[in-house]
Write a protein that binds this ligand. Structure first.
Ligand code: K1U
Ligand code: ZN
Length: 167
């Protein structure tokens, strides 16, 4: 397995739309394993392939306390959504920034599995937030897009300063 570099906002590659995965083969299983290792090491509770510059519809998520409930989404599609919740989100591509975002409280998601089967996942609360956040990445959307222009400008300034200081 390998740790993958995570793209940082405002890298334009975070804006690319991910392609559907035609066949779930060993290369996809290897990418999913590397993404899971990268997510756990970061640490994070989710990671989309877009964030590691692999523009395929692949997501890994684990919101469990003991990091034992890995969920892999391949070509995920939301089939039902309802309710509303506000959660203070973070993003491994926007380090150190946490802001409130409003999303559906409950979603049903149809996805392929790593063995090429199909399953449906029903999610509420944080899992629903994380699924929507990661599926946004696959469409080239970052959570800061939901914020005001003023907040977005402040975030860009802060991240540019962070990047200068770590260079
Ligand atoms: O997409 C990402 O960059 C991962 C992101 C997922 C996420 C977090 C919160 C709300 C929505 C989506 C993160 O994992 S940020 C880090 C984080 O939230 C966290 C890290 C360690 C333990 C618990 C949370
Ligand atoms: Zn993110």
């Amino acid at each position: 397995m390998a740790l993958l570099p995570i793209l940082k906002f405002p890298d334009p590659r975070l804006r690319k739309k991910a392609a559907l995965i035609a066949t779930v083969d060993d290369s996809i299983r290897k990418l999913a394993a590397d993404m899971a290792e990268t997510m756990y090491a970061a640490p994070g509770i989710g990671l989309a392939a877009t964030q590691v510059d692999a523009h395929k519809q692949l997501v890994v998520i684990d919101i469990s306390e003991d990091r034992s409930e890995l969920i892999t989404l391949i070509n995920p599609r939301i089939t039902e959504r309802d309710g509303e919740q506000v959660y203070e989100e973070g993003c491994l591509s926007v380090p150190g920034i946490y802001e409130k975002v409003t999303r559906a409280e409950h979603v049903k998601v149809r996805t392929l599995t790593l063995d090429g089967g199909e399953r449906e996942i029903e999610a509420h609360g944080l899992l629903a937030v994380c699924i929507q956040h990661e599926m946004d990445h696959l469409q080239g959307k970052v959570f800061v897009d939901y914020l005001s222009q003023l907040k977005q400008t402040r975030i860009r300034t802060r991240l540019a300063k962070q990047a200068r200081e770590t260079a």
